[in-house]
Design a protein around this ligand. Structure first.
Ligand code: HEM
Length: 165
């Protein structure tokens, strides 16, 4: 009897979890930027709904953080399954692409932390103090951070799509 095509081995489950993590991470980011923020802007503006936006971002921080860790853990699992150790990553085209994926994901992680621990609180403080110049500056920094996170994740997805010819 042959194997059931959709349940061929445990690695299908690991790859499925990797792709699930990517869907939640990328999908959540696009949902926030393309749905939540524009809707809030159209209904009184971000400043008026700051508490709501902060609560939404914090909640996504938990879901997105779990997805981020899932991508990382399953990514290393898949690498092991391919018989490649992290120190061998620079030795092949496949490994170099995974290495760039890993570096981009780690950089995105650093930016997420800077977003929530530095830029977010400074923006809220500037808004509370009605400091228009600082508010503009921290908003711009936040926009650059969001853009970097989205582009780096999309670039990672491109690298993943090109991993196996
Ligand atoms: C946001 C970050 C990431 C995204 C968007 C992403 C996306 C993907 C996608 C779409 C695939 C399926 C490709 C395929 O099987 O054809 C994949 C597979 C894979 N990913 Fe990731 N990934 C990310 C992070 C990582 C990290 C950090 C690692 C390593 C630590 C990693 C290692 C792998 C490996 C080894 C495979 C298996 C490819 C194969 O079957 O040969 N990924 N990834």
């Amino acid at each position: 009897m042959g194997t059931v095509p959709c349940m061929d081995n445990g690695w299908t489950l690991v790859r499925w979890l990797h792709l699930g993590g990517v869907s939640v991470w990328l999908g959540g980011m696009i949902f926030l930027g393309a749905v939540v923020i524009p809707v809030v802007r159209a209904h009184g503006g971000l400043q008026a709904s700051r508490a709501l936006v902060t609560a939404v971002a914090r909640r996504f921080g938990i879901i997105g953080g779990a997805a981020y860790l899932l991508i990382l853990v399953t990514g290393f699992g898949l690498l092991d399954h391919r018989g490649i150790s992290p120190s061998e990553l620079p030795d092949s085209e496949y490994g170099r692409r995974v290495l760039i994926k890993l570096i981009l994901l780690l950089l995105v992680g650093v930016v997420v932390l800077a977003h929530s621990w530095i830029q977010g609180p400074r923006l809220r403080r500037a808004e509370a103090a009605a400091d228009d110049a600082a508010t503009r500056r921290w908003k711009m920094v936040g926009g650059l951070m969001d853009g970097f996170m989205l582009l780096a994740t999309l670039a990672t997805l491109w690298l993943a799509a090109s991993l196996v010819g």
